[in-house]
Design a protein around this ligand. Sequence first.
Ligand SMILES: NC(=O)C1=CN([C@@H]2O[C@H](COP(=O)(O)OP(=O)(O)OC[C@H]3O[C@@H](n4cnc5c(N)ncnc54)[C@H](O)[C@@H]3O)[C@@H](O)[C@H]2O)C=CC1
Ligand SMILES: NCC(=O)COP(=O)(O)O
Length: 340
Amino acid sequence: MPAPVLALTTGEPAGVGPDLTLQLAATASALPGRVVAIGDPQLLADRARQLGLELVLEPCDPGTALPAPRPGVLPVWPVALAAPAEPGVLDPANAGYVLETLDVAIAACRDGRAQAMVTAPLHKGVIIDGGHPGFTGHTEYLRDACGVDEVVMMLATRLAHGDGGRALRVALATTHLPLREVADAIDTEGLSRVLTILDADLKRQFGIARPRIAVCGLNPHAGEGGHLGREEIEVIAPTLARLREGGLDLVGPLPADTLFTPRHLHGIDAVLAMYHDQGLPVLKYAGFGRAANITLGLPIIRTSVDHGTALDLAGSGRADTGSLQVALSMAADMARARRA
Ligand SMILES: NC(=O)C1=CN([C@@H]2O[C@H](COP(=O)(O)OP(=O)(O)OC[C@H]3O[C@@H](n4cnc5c(N)ncnc54)[C@H](O)[C@@H]3O)[C@@H](O)[C@H]2O)C=CC1
Ligand SMILES: NCC(=O)COP(=O)(O)O
């Protein structure tokens, strides 16, 4: 069985995405699948030279089969930059380029030329500035491009210490939203959809027969019996009760500050946090550089790095490839599991 083809979008051209792609391709003894980079070949060649990396970039036609893998050769599906890119310097002119790399990867996953897509980081602000005011991230872009109503962002890592390499998975009930809007965005329908997708994809994509999911409250102390907010009483607890009747194994809502302690995490397959900065700081404290971001609920497989564009490191050679390695490995494993 040939290794799965992983379509790797190289992300914001002024960020570390091109660097990480090239660093991994030049130095990793083995990549976890057949990686094809999507980006501007000249940008990649210039960045490789800047980083002092020796590898051959081989532009290929996305419409034809990939050449057989060879050590030191990185196949590239070419997408042309709109303007030359300088490491660390954002240019809204290249917003369309970044989105086009995503479109190429999505199309390849949908028609079977690739078995998964892996995304290097993009810069949300510069894409908005470049004429895409509704853009909030890969997650929502993929949802719309794949024509599904709801997706779920989940980050996963392996705990390093004292926990036998156990997985920590943190999913989000809301994603890229101003904090002011979060409480209003949490309603029974949305929460039900998110938990149903999370449960289904932990089974389907991660092989967990009966996922046990712990759900955070929204407010301090999960609302302190209604004295510090009523979302737990009026929305979250009744939603969990209804989903339990449908067979989901749910714990909570629990105060988020104590939920993320080893005793409460014991036996839990995933935590659902109510908002981005309730769950992700914990995940990143536990595993920054060793975690991947997975979009659940899509018809295709998509993983990503756990970090952003790191403009301060672009072109320096000091960006850590750990998370990209995890994202590629996870995508390859998920593709093999789906094929099996
Ligand atoms: N998957 C994606 O496309 C993601 C994109 N972003 C976007 O990235 C942009 C910048 O976000 P920031 O909050 O500044 O986060 P950031 O992750 O780019 O940087 C935060 C800190 O982590 C460091 N860092 C990041 N990646 C690193 C790596 N591979 N090796 C070593 N150090 C690394 C940076 O140097 C910086 O000090 C924003 O537009 C954000 O939306 C953020 C997270 C994920
Ligand atoms: N903090 C995670 C993040 O911002 C990644 O977003 P996305 O671009 O993968 O939707």
